[in-house]
Ligand binder design. Sequence first.
Ligand SMILES: CC(C)(COP(=O)(O)OP(=O)(O)OC[C@H]1O[C@@H](n2cnc3c(N)ncnc32)[C@H](O)[C@@H]1OP(=O)(O)O)[C@@H](O)C(=O)NCCC(=O)NCCS
Length: 211
Amino acid sequence: MPLHKSYTIAPNTKLLVWKITESLEELSNGTELKDVCQSRIDSMKSEQHRKGFLSVRKLLNEAGYTDFDLFYTEDGKPHLKDGKNISITHSFSFSAIIISDKSIGIDMEIRREKAIKIADKFIDKEFDFLNTEDVPDYVRRLIVIWGVKETLYKMFSRKGLSFKQNIDVAPFEMHDAKGTATVSYMEIEGNYSFYFEEIEDFTLVYSIDNN
Ligand SMILES: CC(C)(COP(=O)(O)OP(=O)(O)OC[C@H]1O[C@@H](n2cnc3c(N)ncnc32)[C@H](O)[C@@H]1OP(=O)(O)O)[C@@H](O)C(=O)NCCC(=O)NCCS
């Protein structure tokens, strides 16, 4: 199944999600790549990674762009030539992009208990409101927090921005599907709203900079 979702989440801000069920050949058909992207894909060892990369090009097409409208800066951050902002994520069988006039970030993570093992690498103050006893709920919240931190990292793309020390996620309710986080790093100082959604075994998180 190709396009899973496409919707306008705010003025001039579009979110698109792809569910990857196609073969590599199907995804390659009709997808022209710049030389630099062809080299990247040729060097990818995992078929899953190649599919994720190609499915993002399908999402670009859905949004009216091609690979030729996209470029990357040295930090790995993607940009659109028309000046709009773009953020990209791919995780196993899903990929998603968000395109906006505003600064944005997106992340998709699979919900796995493995997150518990690495929680102390990205969680600090949030331990105050997390209930580690209720494992299923704990994992769901951990994945949201991880996604929020990846999302905000992608929004700013600043070397040295630490998930633990510079991004604090405020207590949130799963049923609200949104929350706020504070980023404090060098001249960056602010509160950022985030939104999330569980799609099958994955959690999609995004943030739009309204500051
Ligand atoms: C770069 C990073 C944000 C990618 O996130 P990820 O969850 O591993 O992977 P995703 O599939 O969600 O995102 C990958 C996409 O992010 C984008 N990206 C890569 N570097 C980026 C950057 N510096 N800024 C914004 N976007 C970036 C790219 O579009 C990439 O996909 P593409 O190259 O195929 O187009 C992440 O690996 C990273 O470096 N995080 C910060 C480091 C850190 O503190 N980690 C602590 C973990 S406990």
